[in-house]
Every structure is written in C-alpha cells, then in structure tokens.
Design a protein around this ligand. Structure first.
Ligand SMILES: O=C(O)CCC(=O)C(=O)O
Length: 286
C-alpha cells in the first residue's frame, strides 16, 4: 500500500514540507523516549560536552547553565549509532516509507541527530536552509524531523517558510563572517510568513533540503525532543564532507543501490561553508 496519498505528495512538492502523524510504531516511540530520558539522566554527571562520535567530536552537547539538578542536554550526535530504537526509526518506519515515496524509490541515509529543548531551553535555531551544509549532485534530500514529544506553539516548534524550497539559496555570510544563518531582512520575511509545525508525539515533518526554517527557544514547562534524520535519493552524490560523519552514511534504506549519479546543475551558487562548520553554527542561546 502506498505510504502517502497523491494529495500529500502534491502538498510536499508545492510547499516543501509535509506533516505525517504516527510516523513510527508506538512501541518504537516509547523506546525513543526512554533512551533519550536515559541520556538526559547520564548528562547530570557532566559539566561540558562529552562522549565521542564517529569523527572524535563529542556525542553529547550541553546548553549553557546545565547543572546536575537542571540538566540541559541539547544535542545527541548520531543517535542511530548508539541506540537500536533510533536506528529502527531511521531504517524501519513509516517515516522512511514516506521519504521513499517522495524522493525514492531508492533512498539512502546521510546523518542524524537529536535536537532537544528541555523546558526553559534558551537555544534558538536561526533561519537557514540545509542544502548548503549538505550539497549533493541533485537536491532530492529530505530532512525528517520526528517529534519524540508533543510539539506545541510554546515549546519551540520548528517554523518553516512554505514554498521557499523553490526560491533562492541565501548567503550565510554577513560582513565577511560565516554565521550559518540567513541575513536579518530575509529572516524577518520568513518570520512574518512562517508556519509552525506542531503535532503529537510520533508525528514527523518531512522537509525539503532547500526549505527555509528555524525555531525559537522553549519557553514552556514541557520538553521538545526532535529526532532529525537526513535522507537523499540514492543517485544524489555528496559534494562536500558530511557535517556529521557516521558509520551509516550511504546506507540504502529503501529500494536498491544503483551507483548511478544524477547531476542537476543548480541555478544558484551555493554559499561556501568554512571547513569544520556545521549546522550548529546557527544555534544560539537567546
Ligand atoms: O531543532 C530545530 O528546531 C531545527 C533543527 C534544524 O533546523 C537544524 O538542526 O538544522
């Protein structure tokens, strides 16, 4: 059976995002929640970023003000490498089926992370597009943002600018400095036309790699945990090193490996990303 209705595929193509409920099995969702709670608990023993990910950078990142009694774990890099539940959600879920229907049939995995905003978290994600950080030979890439907790207007929801995947790729450099975020006039425009992506736990926002998006701090008493998995069409070939190297990069998740290369020349010049820059450059503590 098809994972998506034609009207949903049309919506994604027109607006550059799509919300889907029940994107993972309830049992998997419970395991995702439990694994994350365990990591939050472990973080109490640390006062700075810790653990080791595939390229030696810390696996777990903490927000300023983190304490044992008020933990502020804000990111887990590559959770699919250390948790069966996160691996299952990435490979074996309705979420993966939906991605295959939008950019497949052959799709592969690129990288993953958890962006957490615990209650009162000050971290905001400034407006940006993902593609400059993960340029490929074509732009059939989807960032899947799975809501491990319910997302409301108050707990720092993802905000997107519908239709912006069809527009320009915006510079991330301002006054000679790489900020990882678009210029303030562009973000003001985004903010005034933004749509908030809210939903019950287990819902996913499937987002085109060129869509402008950002998110505000969590002012509420409820956590907002997002599991973020990036997939590409199997024939999209990375044009720069993975911002988050991991052992599953290139894993074919649906369909088959063809090793074909499909190049679609961009109509735009991509902003240069400094060596070692990552998505986290646009995270700021407000
Ligand atoms: O955590 C969020 O709200 C957005 C995540 C995001 O845009 C990113 O990590 O690139």
């Amino acid at each position: 059976m098809a994972a998506l209705k034609q009207s949903e595929i049309d919506f994604f193509n027109e607006h550059g995002y799509l919300m889907v409920e029940n994107a993972v099995d309830p049992k998997v969702l419970k395991n995702l929640t439990e694994d994350f709670a365990k990591w939050v608990d472990e973080s109490r023993e640390h006062s700075e970023a810790y653990g080791e990910s595939h390229d030696g950078r810390p696996r777990f990142d903490l927000e300023g003000g983190h304490t044992e009694s008020k933990p502020a774990l804000r990111r887990v890099n590559g959770p699919v490498e250390i948790s069966d539940a996160y691996y299952k959600a990435m490979t074996d879920s309705h979420m993966a089926d939906c991605v295959a229907e939008l950019i497949g049939p052959n799709i592969k995995f690129h990288h993953s992370k958890i962006n957490s905003k615990l209650p009162g978290a000050k971290t905001e994600v400034k407006w940006h597009q993902d593609f400059p950080f993960t340029p490929h030979s074509n732009d059939d890439l989807i960032t899947a943002l799975l809501m491990v907790d319910e997302v409301t207007d108050e707990n720092g929801p993802l905000e997107v600018l519908p239709g912006s995947h069809k527009g320009d790729i915006h510079s991330l450099w301002h006054d000679g400095v790489f900020t990882g975020a678009v210029a303030s006039d562009v973000s003001e425009q985004c903010q005034s036309n933004a749509i908030t992506c809210k939903g019950s736990a287990g819902s996913v926002c499937l987002m085109h790699t060129r869509l402008l998006h950002g998110s505000a701090p969590n002012l509420s008493k409820k956590p907002r945990t997002l599991f973020i998995a990036v997939y590409s069409a199997e024939d999209a070939i990375p044009q720069s090193p993975n911002p988050m190297p991991n052992k599953y990069e290139g894993l074919v998740v649906r369909g088959e490996k063809t090793s074909r290369v499909r190049s679609v020349p961009y109509d735009i010049e991509l902003p240069q990303i400094p060596k070692g820059a990552s998505f986290f450059d646009q995270q700021a503590e407000g």
